[in-house]
Structure formats: C-alpha cells, structure tokens
Design a protein around this ligand. Sequence first.
Ligand code: GBH
Length: 483
Amino acid sequence: MYWLVVWTAIVTWCEAASKFPDGFQFGTATSAYQVEGGWNASDKSPSIWDVYIHENPSAIADHSTGDVACDSYHLWKEDISLARTLQLNFYRFSISWPRLLPEGFSNNVSEDGTRYYNNLINGLLTVGIEPVVTLYHWDLPQNLQDLGGWTNSKIVDWFVAYSRVAFTLFGDRVKTWVTINEPTSFCNVGYETGILAPGITSPGIGEYLCAKNALLSHAKAYRLYEQEFKDKYKGQVGLTDQHVWYEPKTPFQEQNAQMARELGQLYTFPIFSDIGGWPPNIESIIARNSRAEKFSSSRLPVFTEEEKKLVKGSADFCGVNYYTSRLVEKACHQEQKTFWPLYGSPELDLAFSYNSTWLPRYNWLASYPPGIRRLLKSLTERYGNIEIKIFENGFGTSDASLNDTIRVQYIRDHLEQVLLSITEDGVNVTAYTAWALIDNFEWNSGFKPRFGIVHVDYNDPNLKRTPRASAYYYADVIKKREI
Ligand code: GBH
C-alpha cells in the first residue's frame, strides 16, 4: 500500500514535470519580407529591403532576393493548412507596412493589402488558430527611409498612424500584437554597421537614434491601443527583442559578462524597470566614451522624464527571441563592423565567442539550451514576475533534408529548458514559438540557411511545402502538451 502511494506520487510528479501548464501556447512564426514575395503586387510600394536588394545584389550570399520568396502572397492558404495540420495554437506573421500603406502614411490604405491580411487572419481563425501579428519586421516603406527612416524622430508619428490603421482594421480579431521585432538587430545592422537594409553605416550614432525612436514608437502605439482599443478588444500589445545569453569566458570576466547583459537590456530596461530610461551604467559609459571622443553631448540620446514615463510599463508581455549564447571577454580595441549582440561590443570593448561544446553550430548559431533558462531567470529576477512570450527560437541548417534530427533535438532541448523555467524557477513564460513555420529568405544569407520545420522546394514553380520530421515532432508536443 505504502509503495503504491509512493509510486503514484512519482508517476504524477513525472507527468506534472514534463507537462506544459494549461494556457501555455505553442506557435510558429514567419515575417512578411521573408515569405510573402509579391514585392510589387497591386499598389504595394517598395520597402527598404526591395530597394536595398535590387541595388546591392552582392550584399546577399546567394544573390537572391525576396521578390518571390515563398510566394505566401499567393500561397497563404497553404500556409494556413500547414498551421492547421500542426494544430498550432497561434501563428505569428508580420504585416508589410508598404503593402498596407503604399505611401507609408495613413492617408492611403491599400484595399489589396487590407484584403490580403483579412484573408490570412480570417483563414487562421476559421481553423482555430490565433493570429499573432507583428507590425514591424524590418520592411520599412522606402519613402519613409528617404526621410531618414528610424533615425528621424517623426517616425514615431508615422508608426503610430500605421498602428492605428492596423488596430482599426484587424483589432476585432487580432488579440496579440507585437509592435516591433528585434530592435537590437535592425537598429544595429540597418543604421550602425550597414550590413543589412537600409545599409546606413553610422558607427556609434545611427543605432542609438534608431533605438530611442523605436522605443518611443512602440510605447506610443501601446498607449494608443490602451486608450482607444483595449476596452473594446481586450488584446495584448508588446515588443519582442533578440536576447543573447552572455557567460564569462573565464571567472575573471564575470563583470564583463554582466556589462554585455546590461547592454542587451537596451530595449527591455526602459520598458520593464522601475526607474525607466536607459540602463544607467550603459548610459554613463556611452556618455563617457562620447566625451572622450570630443562629442559635445552623449551619442546616446537622452530620454526626458515624460518620455521615460511613456515607455515605462508600455507592454503587456515581454517578447523574447532566443537562439544562441556567447562567451564574453575584454577585447583589445578592435575596430568592428559586425553585428554587436553576436560578435562583440566596440562601445564596451568586449569580444564574444562560443564554447566549443555548444553544439550543433551553424554559422552564428551555437546551440546552448541552458542559455534560454538562465536568460528567462535573469529577466524575472530583474523585472519581477513579468509575462514572457518566447516569440522565436529555432535552428538553421544548410542541409535541406526532411529528416532534420538536429532541429528536432534543438527544439526538444530548448522546450525542456523552458519547462524547467516554469516548474523550477517560477518564470511566467506563457508561449513558445518555433522559427520558422516554413523555410524562408534569411536576410543577407539568402535562401541557403533552412530554418523551417516545413521544407520549401525553391526549384518547384509551386514552391511546394513539405513538413519535416521536426514538424511532426512539434505537432506531437502540441497535441500531448509535453516533451
Ligand atoms: C531573427 O534574427 C529574426 O527575427 C528573423 O527574421 C530571422 O530569420 C531569425 O532570427 C533567424 O536568423 O550575423 O552578422 O551575419 C536573429 C538575429 C540577425 C542573426 C541578423 C543573423 C545576420 C547578420 N539575426 N544576423 S550576421
């Protein structure tokens, strides 16, 4: 009898330990430029990606473009039926700003763009899948870039006007809005190093102008929803950023690792900290560097008290895109024209690398599942019991095969750590998103990296989609709600 009780307890405990809590949501993601194609369909105007890629074909590894990509502009029904086969709880996609607003401004709303996103949203809802909509996943209307894009503070008004159109048109059905995807990435590669569209090289300046404007744009869109839509529609609005977990390369580098984590909070601290504004030690280091370089004021634009208040608390959840971790050490004053969160910070004079045991590795992506748990724990320790949604996690391979055991393992191992965050660390994480639903255009790496749990045959004129082993695995996780 006694043993029976113990046995039952163990079995129940094991079940509980491997089960995701009720309400935990599983999804997959894509973004407009990476899958849609239809770059000049109907009245759509060019985005910065259309222009950048047509003018700089050699900036892309395989000289490909997103002109057609996965042609989801025409094949959206197939994407929905894949999402349905997998029984996803949600599908995260992004709206192409210049498809919805061909002039970038809200004076002219495209009928074709409206129809396209209505079809997608309604199609998903019909098969019981929640649409999660990102407003900005890097495809700015080119005419707004001609006016300075994210470095012009007017972008705040333009973005809020765009958000208003989207909330008005789709808010009755879309309950989860992601304002901006990975400001850490696009402000750096777009306006600092210039390695991705719009290709502006402005070291130490461009990224920070973009950073402040992106935060204000997000916050004002959040406040707009809060004031005019929330009562009616009861949705959630937040931002999702790329998070890299930083560990010290040697025990002596602990402080440097902490500084890297601090810089990694550039977009999170202003929203979730009690005091608001930039992380104070980062703000003072940049001010000090700027003075040493003889600038008359800090290269990092300050927040007024009013702006701090606007941004502080402007999110219903904290979106986390996690792929990889890095080891941190002090650098020797190297000139860097690389993507900061992955390769090093010239501002802090830090160099990043990976541990050789973090396998598998593909390009910049070294798999380190414990990193996601440590990251989630540190966010929770820092900001309290905030709701966290993992809006991207995935692995790229150059191997296009359907039997993607590497990806199955990657997803399984990361899900395991997410579950431990919930059961052991008490982290309030409520969603997991596999990047990506389908293979797609991987920015400057072109079509070579395969991130899809579903294979896309780019040689087939119909761009045939075929689920990989990882898709079947993920569908099974969703069905059983356990790993
Ligand atoms: C995310 O970026 C994006 O949100 C998504 O669109 C993308 O497809 C996905 O992850 C997979 O990459 O490293 O110097 O060659 C993650 C961060 C930013 C990593 C761009 C690759 C390319 C510049 N990515 N970066 S570099």
